[in-house]
Design a protein around this ligand. Sequence first.
Ligand code: SF4
Length: 329
Amino acid sequence: MDARDRLRRYLEQRREMGESEFALDSMSVEEALRVIGQGPGAGGRGSATVTPTQGPREKPRAVEEAPASADWREALRAAGSAPEPPRRAEAPTPAEPVVAAQPTPVEDPRAATPSAGAPSELPPGIVVPKPAALGLSEIESLPSLDAIAEMVKKCTRCPLHQTAIQGVPGEGNPNARFVCVGEAPGATEDETGRPFVGAAGQLLTKILAAINLRREDVFICNVIKHRPPGNRNPLPNEIAACSPYLVRQLELIRPSVILALGTFAAQTLLETKESIGKLRGRVHRYHGIPLVVTYHPAALLRNPSWKRPTWDDVQLARRILDSSPAAGA
Ligand code: SF4
């Protein structure tokens, strides 16, 4: 498969996920497809929805003249689009230009305006307001993350404690400005009592390192604190019983950014059934805290082609972190 085929496959995946922006290289999907002769002839960044092309596709002159390359970015550059060189190995820094937040007209009353650090052209996100009274009984008044961890160890609020080895409350910096929220512990986490320590956890550690964050800088936890048997999806009564722990953890930490890992965490926190494809690429607000959605690291292990959009997501989260007024990592 040559560079053009790889690029076409990548762009078509993005389009199937309902995305039109090609944020990393400052090109729209439509522009990039046009460069390689796969898209409609007109349109540019932020323009009308991309529609699949029909019939035989004519090979564009620009691409014919492009030298073969193992890197699709090279193919694009050679085709005349000249995007910026890839920055995968670079961690965004506070010195990077940040587009100022702009009010965006929205139809959904729960939609958020872009946060500081978020490009203003991003679609508006969902706002989950903090309820006036949380109604979380004893969990609501737990004074610290340690107290939450102690309560999780003894918790019997749902049947999951009967089949799991132990609770996995979460771990990390109690003053973290960056919090990662996943779905539920897996087998390795159940054995160790620590979140994200299996293969997916090792990938998460690498993803964090790519944006200059160490595991000990952040707080990592799951929506559900005991492992569902056989890694099945948590049930609604289990989510309802366990969510107060996460609510209290986030309330105590008050991070600058939440990174929701995977569909389950994103849909639970944002109280929505929207697909992850629609939730990505936006800055939501959870109880006033900016929230970015990305794929779960376990999904990346199954589908490496999602690493690229995940990189876009974590860079967005990093920009929000860098633009946050709070000091520290
Ligand atoms: S999963 Fe949550 S609610 Fe259920 S027993 Fe464990 S800590 Fe309690």
